[in-house]
Write a protein that binds this ligand. Sequence first.
Ligand SMILES: Cc1cc2nc3c(=O)[nH]c(=O)nc-3n(C[C@H](O)[C@H](O)[C@H](O)COP(=O)(O)OP(=O)(O)OC[C@H]3O[C@@H](n4cnc5c(N)ncnc54)[C@H](O)[C@@H]3O)c2cc1C
Ligand code: SF4
Length: 509
Amino acid sequence: MNLCFLLGDQLNLSISSLSNIDAEKDVIFMCEVWDEATYVQHHKKKIAFIFSAMRHFADELRAQGYNVHYTKLDDPENAGSFYSELKRADEQYKPKSIIATEASEYRVLEDMKDWSFDAPVDIRPDDRFLCTHYEFAEWAEGRKQLRMEYFYREMRRKYNILMDGDKPEGGEWNYDSENRKPPKDALNIPQTYMSQPDDITREVMDLVADRFPDHFGDLEPFHFAVTREQAVQALDQFIKERLCNFGDYQDAMVEGEPWMYHSHLSFYINCGLLLPLECVQAAEEAYRDGKSPLNAVEGFIRQIIGWREYVRGIYWLKMPEYESENFLDAKRKLPALFWGGDTQMNCMRQCVKETKENAYAHHIQRLMVLGNFALIAGLDPDEVNEWYMIVYADAYQWVELPNVTGMILFADGGVLGSKPYSASGAYINKMSDYCKGCRYKVTKKKGPDACPFNYLYWDFLIRNEDKLRGNHRLGMIYRTLERMSEKKVEAVIEDSRRFFKALENDEKV
Ligand SMILES: Cc1cc2nc3c(=O)[nH]c(=O)nc-3n(C[C@H](O)[C@H](O)[C@H](O)COP(=O)(O)OP(=O)(O)OC[C@H]3O[C@@H](n4cnc5c(N)ncnc54)[C@H](O)[C@@H]3O)c2cc1C
Ligand code: SF4
């Protein structure tokens, strides 16, 4: 017999480790281990989600006639790590071979490569992704810049998605310019998919409450899909109810509306309950059936076959060095407000609050509020990466690290993005309704009442001038800075100093 090892983010029957399984003889091996649950202090909801989805998947496999060996976190014999658990299983079953699909994270894959058991280990590629490591490396080879847009076009052609012969559907590859509508007053946003916890989920929630009481985040209410069937319902609901507005309001933020028109599918795609291609094809079908407009469908598809595959490609191309990149030499400690500490900045307060409640924030909150602040305040990439790994239920290093180190912090010096995504309060004011409930004035540029994003934005450019001035996309901004009066520049520096001092002293900012 063979032992087929399944990780918690490999919950799909089509996974390569199960490709030629003998249902009668082989044993599928799954385990909840302490090392993985605690290598960072994951959000309580994230742990509950993954363990519950694993337990449900194990039950589904059993119901389909497979032999499953499952170790729960609180099994008295649980040895605490993948290796030590597999060692026990190797001794118990004496398999002909141990078959695994490569881990999605560098750290775990390196560990896998060192595994040594009596049985040989067969590590297979993860074919749920649409671009292999080899294909991405080949695409990247010899290119001066690795821009997502060109990669995305190749993926569209390769999978024949939204194509009209060899031309892009509608004549353009990208309809992003139509996808930047500010939120209107009365948006009628449909509810996101919500399941009710069953006995298995309740048992896991009790375990999480008992074992991880100090971890960040609210455990209740818990509404994630935890089975394939539920995840498919979540996908259908998105396609029917929200996809049509996904494009228009993709960048919009509204107080008290954490879900907006986003899909909330990353949790399920990343752990295997959904496959990326089925999500993309469902969206394309909605367009072909006239149920969703092209700007929305193209925008959604670009996120999945473009951004998602692209960041994974960058991750494997650049690891392990990518993990310690700090191009801007940012060193500031992550302030308490990221953990729910009191702040007067309404945009930060809302985004952290929703993150704590839902283990979710949508892309623009992650990028243009939380990420923008981390960038212009010069927060240490290690601390920022750890925070993003902890707080989101869809966080795995392959996707979190490039988004943080590359997209928000520009810590890779421009591998992923051609310029830093820094913005003043005007952007947040345009794309959200946060500013009207804020103690700071978004229109004020200096002094204690001014929006901190306004002076930190210029202070960031001043602080990093030697590294950023040569960036041709920032040329105009640096020319504006040159024209700024000395008095204005002094005010920016003074306001920023005051703000940073208050942060360092744990004062409420
Ligand atoms: C600083 C930062 C950290 C992030 N960390 C993560 C993370 O840990 N895990 C994660 O899955 N995504 C991460 N993202 C990307 C993106 O924000 C989330 O995928 C998205 O918010 C998930 O919500 P959704 O399913 O509603 O996405 P939607 O807005 O509905 O988008 C559809 C799908 O596209 C994919 N997608 C969209 N943008 C990206 C992107 N930039 N990178 C990779 N996939 C993308 C996701 O699979 C997502 O489900 C991060 C982005 C930023 C800026
Ligand atoms: S005024 Fe500034 S700090 Fe306040 S919500 Fe607006 S952008 Fe955020």
